[in-house]
Design a protein around this ligand. Sequence first.
Ligand SMILES: Cc1cc2nc3c(=O)[nH]c(=O)nc-3n(C[C@H](O)[C@H](O)[C@H](O)COP(=O)(O)OP(=O)(O)OC[C@H]3O[C@@H](n4cnc5c(N)ncnc54)[C@H](O)[C@@H]3O)c2cc1C
Length: 431
Amino acid sequence: MNTIHTDVLVCGGGCAGIAAALSSARNGARTMLIERAGFSGGIITAVGLPYFDGLIEKATGRFVVFGIARELLVAMDAARPGARHIDDCRTELVTKFWGSVLIPNTDKFKLLTDSLIRRQGDKLQVLYHSMACAVETKEGRIAAVIIANKDGLTRIVARQVVDCTGDADIAHWAGSPTIKLQPLMPMTMHFRIGNVVPTPETNAMAKEVLIAAHHAGKLPEFYGPGLIFAFAKDEAYIHATRVPGDATNAADLTRAEMQGRADAWTIFEEWKAKVPGFADSYLISSGPYIGVRESRRIIGESVLSLANLEQNTRYDDAVATGCWFVDIHPPKTSVDKPFIGSGLPPRPYDISYRTLVPQKISNLLVAGRCHSASKEAGASSRVTVTAMALGEAAGCAAALAVAAKDEVALIDGCKVREQLATQGGGPFTDA
Ligand SMILES: Cc1cc2nc3c(=O)[nH]c(=O)nc-3n(C[C@H](O)[C@H](O)[C@H](O)COP(=O)(O)OP(=O)(O)OC[C@H]3O[C@@H](n4cnc5c(N)ncnc54)[C@H](O)[C@@H]3O)c2cc1C
C-alpha cells in the first residue's frame, strides 16, 4: 500500500474541516485534507444549506465569532470587510428574528474554498473523492489513517490528526469513547424548485398540502414546510423532509438518502398539483447528499453541557464561543406545532479546548458537530459557524503541537487561545 507522510491530516472538509485545514497550514504545518465529496464545504455545498448560524448574538446583533468564519462570509460578499455586527451584513441576507445571515450562493462557496486551499501552495494538499475508512493505532496514537479513492488504498502517516467527519469516524475507529444518543435528530434532504410564483398564502397552503399528504400515507414524515425564497424570488429552497435514521450505518444511510429523495419528489408533485404558483414549476435539484444533524459525538476530556450554557461557565482554555439556541429536531412529524426551534438562545458561551480532545488517543482532535457535548448543548454548538470556529481552533492546535514536537492532547488550551488571538480567532464571549 502506498504511504503519504504529512504533519497534520484533517479528515472531512466540511464547516469544521475547511477551517481546520486552513488554520493548520497558515500556522506553518504541512497539512493534508481529505474529503469524501468532490468539493469542500460540507453541509453548505454537499447539502446546499446557506446559513451562517452561531455568528451573531441575537439580543445585541454583535458577532461572537470572527477568524476564518468571518473571512468566508466577507469573501462571499455577505458582509463588509471588518464586519462586527448584524448591521454590517447585507440586509437582504439577514434574518433578524433568528440573528442569522446567509450566503447568496452555495455553489460559489466551493470555488471560494478551492481558491483558499490553493493559496496555501505546498503547505496544504487536498484529496477530494477520498474517504477515510480505517485507522492503525499504536501505543495510544494514530499511526496511520487509511483512505480509499481512485488510487486504491493509501496509508496517510500524520503526526497529528484532526477528525472533522461530523460522525467522529476516526475517533471511533481508533477506540476513543463516543456516544450516539437515541432518538437521533432526523436527517433532511434539501431541494430547490424553480419557476414558482409565490403569493402571501403560499406557505400556509403548502403546509396544508403536506399535512394531507402525510395523513394519506404519501409522505412518511415532514416538518415546516421550510419553504424559503432565499436565492431568487421565483426559486423555492425547501428543507421540509424529515428522515429518521443512523448515518453511521451504511445501509441505513442509503435507505435515508433514497427516502429523502423520494420525499422531495413527492412534495414537489403535491405542490405542483395543488398549490397555486407551483403549476409551472420544476424541481431543480436535491442533495447531492442528505444532511445529517446528529450521529456520534466523542466523550472528550470535557463535555459541554446544558448547565454550562445556562450558567455561562467560563473557561481559561476557551477556544470558541457558541450562541445558537438549543435546536433539537424531533425525528417524527408533529403537524400541530409550528417549527420555531426548541429553546431560547443562550447568552454567548465559552467552549473549552478540552471538548476537542478525545480520550485514549494522544495525537487526535475532534472538531465540528461531533465534538464533546451533551445532546442539548450539542444541539446548539453543532451549527455552521460554531463548527468553523472549533475547526479553526483544532487546526491551530495541531500546528502548535507539530512545532512543539508534542501531542495535541498535551497542548495547553490557553496557548491555543493565545495563538488564535494572533490570527483574529478564538472566543469572543464577552462584548
Ligand atoms: C438538514 C440540516 C439542516 C441544518 N440547518 C442548519 C442551519 O440552518 N444553520 C446552521 O448553522 N446549521 C444547520 N445545520 C447544522 C450544521 O450544518 C452542521 O452541524 C455543521 O455543518 C457541522 O459542521 P461539520 O464540519 O461538523 O460537519 P459537515 O459540514 O457535515 O462536514 C463533514 C464533512 O466530512 C466529510 N466526511 C464525512 N465522513 C468522512 C470520511 N470518513 N472521510 C472523508 N470525509 C468524510 C463529509 O463529506 C463532509 O464534507 C443543519 C444540519 C442539517 C443536517
